[in-house]
Design a protein around this ligand. Structure first.
Ligand SMILES: [Zn+2]
Length: 458
């Protein structure tokens, strides 16, 4: 009986303790969001970054933007270092044009070269065009001597537009090879945009070593629709397009690494990251200036609040996610060689829209454990905790001993701006963006305090 009562008392006592801990944890998180929303410091940095111009890997601008912020981080007390990364050097030309040609009538269309495409002949490339409405249809079509027109829209029924993008992106990265195998002389694709607009969206494409290289560009969705309708009326119309991109010798740039050493377990690293390179049609505000600044601001918030952090907090700005992930590959290789102990890696590469949750790549037990944070983060609109992909850059670090986490912002508007001239600072909302930084900071705070063995293989 005494035993029973004392057990009951201990039980009640520990419930009280847990509640008090939860209350103080909730208060700490509230402080993170308060500071973030009052300051909006990351948004200001994002404005500064975008003001420096686009940051296409291989360009001088990409490296100089990185170095500009390195100096800033040095003055903020981060321990910074640079990691050399070999980057391809492809330059988009200024002469990007396309037309529908019917007799003497020419209707202009908006086009941009896909990243990595060779140029057309100087006067442009003109031929009959074959529309490809699906990947399956490709087998039955004769493309010999023709311009292939991939017109495969992003499926609008996906709620997460990332999946719609994933289902249609093959036309961009693999479509040119397949068309060239069938004798096509050029490729135009429908831009991977979730809306109909007049802005073409670029992105990387590939060639295969044993397949003829042919030029490829993306038409705006508005013009892809126009071409589709025009072909219905006149299947014999011609398309003419001109792009004058060129390949130069590879360059070197850097990943930026910035550490805040941990107080108890400095050898264990919590990495938080974005990619600093961008496409050059806009200024890469959402992709991935926002993610880069989410990562920086999250560490800034914890530092400014003076929260005790046991492990080393590491900011990584990867170079060249867009054009081959070379920065992430160099970082992961080096981390392995140096036997670095990464316990958690986070990435924000889904834009600066309202965050809704996270996607985790880790053991089912750890997923369940992190789902336990939901109650603390729900007041801030963070309620989606799912297993799945985390991010392309941190994915290179995948092992049994690491928890990979990708921030998941609302995706409905992301692919309207993604890889296009619309991806500018003006398209980022300060409050929506700032919620992302505070969410990452809160997760870091919770994970670092969680009494769990991260390197115990599950
Ligand atoms: Zn990105």
């Amino acid at each position: 009986m005494i035993k029973y009562f004392s057990a009951l008392l201990i039980g009640f006592g520990s419930i009280g303790l847990v509640k008090a801990q939860n209350d103080s944890t909730a208060e700490s998180i509230r402080e993170i969001y308060n500071l973030a929303l009052n300051e909006q410091q990351g948004y200001k940095w994002l404005g500064e970054l975008c003001g420096l111009g686009p940051r296409f890997a291989g360009s001088e601008q990409a490296t100089s933007s990185l170095l500009y912020f390195k100096a800033k981080l040095d003055s903020m007390g981060f321990k910074t270092s640079l990691q050399a990364v070999k980057v391809p050097h492809w330059v988009r030309g200024s002469q990007e044009k396309a037309w529908i040609v019917e007799g003497i009538d020419e209707t202009e269309m908006a086009i941009t070269a896909l990243g990595g495409s060779i140029a057309t002949p100087a006067g442009g490339l003109q031929a009959q065009v074959v529309e490809i409405p699906s990947f399956e249809a490709l087998d039955t079509l004769d493309l010999e001597g023709k311009i292939a027109f991939y017109n495969i829209p992003m499926d609008p029924t996906y709620i997460n537009t990332g999946f719609a993008y994933g289902s249609a992106v093959k036309q961009r990265w693999g479509g040119t090879i397949e068309a060239a195998k069938k004798g096509a002389i050029g490729v135009v694709i429908r831009s991977l945009s979730s809306s109909i607009n007049k802005y073409p969206h670029t992105g990387s494409m590939r060639y295969a070593p044993d397949v003829k290289k042919i030029p490829s560009g993306a038409l705006s969705t508005y013009d892809a629709e126009l071409l589709h309708r025009s072909l219905k009326e006149n299947p014999d119309l011609l398309v003419k397009f001109q792009i004058n991109s060129e390949w130069l010798d590879s360059n070197y740039s850097y990943n930026l690494i910035a550490d805040l050493p941990g107080s108890e377990r400095p050898e264990e690293i919590i990495l938080v990251s974005g990619h600093i390179d961008s496409w050059e049609l806009g200024t890469g505000a959402h992709d991935d200036g926002a993610g880069s600044m989410h990562a920086l601001e999250s560490l800034h918030l914890l530092k400014k609040l003076n929260y005790p952090i046991k492990r080393t907090l590491r900011l990584v700005w990867y170079m060249n996610e867009e054009f081959g992930l070379s920065g992430a590959k160099v970082y992961a290789r080096n981390a392995k060689n140096m036997e670095m102990r990464h316990v958690i890696a986070m990435e924000s590469d889904g834009g600066g829209f309202t965050p809704k949750g996270i996607s985790m790549q880790t053991s089912p037990e750890m997923v369940e454990r992190i789902k336990g944070y939901r109650k603390l983060l729900e007041p801030y609109g963070i309620y989606q905790f799912s297993s799945g992909g985390s991010g392309a850059d941190i994915g290179q670090l995948q092992s049994d001993d690491i928890v990979l986490i990708g921030l998941r912002p609302d995706s409905h508007r992301y692919f309207e701006v993604h890889h296009s001239a619309l991806d500018t600072f003006e398209s980022v909302n300060p409050r929506e963006f700032t919620m992302g930084s505070a969410t990452l900071a809160s997760l870091i705070w919770l994970l670092d305090r969680d009494n769990v063995c991260f390197n115990c293989g599950g």
